[in-house]
Write a protein that binds this ligand. Sequence first.
Ligand code: SF4
Length: 375
Amino acid sequence: MDTQRKLEILADSSQYDLACACGTKDQDRRKRSSEGTWLYPVSLPGGGKSILLKTLLSSVCVNDCKYCPFRSNRDVRRCTLKAEEIARIFMDYVRRKGIFGLFLSSGVIRNPDFTMDRMGAVARILRKQYQYRGYIHLKIIPGASDAAIEEIISLASAVSLNVETPRRSAMKQLSDQKDYDRDIVRSVKKISELTAPGSAYSRVSQTTQFIVGAADERDSEIVRATFGLYRRWRLNRVYFSAYQRGLGDSSLPGERHPVGDPGNLLTREHRLYQADWLMRKYGFADDEIPFEADGNLSLQVDPKEAWARRHPEVFPMDVNRAGKFELLRVPGLGTVSVGRIMKMRTGGGKVRSIRQLGRYGKRLEKAAGYLKFGY
Ligand code: SF4
C-alpha cells in the first residue's frame, strides 16, 4: 500500500478520536484536503484561526475496547504509516498550506511503549531533522510506562489520554484488557506531575475525553470526575463524546434503547459541555450542578436554568448590587452581558433597564424574568 492510500485510511479513521480542541463530527467544520486527509479548524491561543492535520499513526490495535471500531477482533482494513512518511507529509503541509500543527493518535501496535516510541519517532524527526518548533499534540497510550510518557511529553506541545469513563466498574464494561487504575488513573497523575507549574514541562497542556453512554455511567459521575480532573490534576480541558451506536460491541449498555438512544446521547453530550462551562467559567462547584433523580442532567432544560429553578430564594437578583459571579448564575446572562453590567456600574453608575444590556432577544428576555433594577 503506498503512502497516499495509507494516509487516506488513517486520516479517515482519526475522525473517531475527538479529544482535541478541534474535535468535531460536524462535516461543515472540518475539511478534507485534496490528499484525503482531515484538516480541522482551530482557534489559536493568541486569537485568530488556523488548521490542524489530524491522523492516526496506525489502525492496528491489540486492545479490545468494545466501543471502538478498531478493536482487535474486528475485520477492518488496517495499516501503519512510517514515522518518516508522516513527518514528510506534515512538513509538506506546513510549507504549502501554512497549517498550525499536528494531532497524532494511534491504535496500540504490539504494546503501549512500542506505540509511544513510534509516535515519538515522528515528533523527534520533526523537532530534530526539520527543526519544527510548532504545535504537536500526541496521544498517550493507556498503560504506557512512566519513561515512555516522559519521553513523549518532552517532544509535545500538548498531550491527551482518554479516561473514557468515571469509574472502574464502567471501564470493565468497556474493555476486558484495560485496567482503570493502572492504565488510566496512574498515567493521568503522572502526566499531571510532569507538567505541573514550575516543572520542566509546564508548557505542555493535558486534555482528556469521556465517552458518553457506552457504559452505564451517570452524568453526575462524569461531572464529579471532570471537576476533580480540573481542580486536582490541573487538566486544561475535558471533552465529551457521545457514543455512536452501531460502532461497538452488541453487549454494551449503549447499544440498548433507551440508554443508547442516539438523540438522547447527543443531548447528554451537549448538556455535559454546558455543565463543564459552568464549572470552568462561572464558578460552579460540581455539587452545585443540578441532576435529575436518575443522576443525569435534564435533557429538557440546560443546567444553569435548572439550577435557577431550584434556587428561587436568589431571585429576582438586583442587577446593581449583585457580584460578577452571582450575575453569571442568571439564565440568559453570559460573560459579555455581565461584563457590560460591571462596566456600567463603575463609578457609581446604574443599569436602569434590561434593554441597556444589548439587543433585546430571547436571552435577555429570559434574563429579565430573573432580575430587578434597584437604584
Ligand atoms: S486502544 Fe481501544 S480505543 Fe484505542 S484504537 Fe485500540 S481498541 Fe480503539
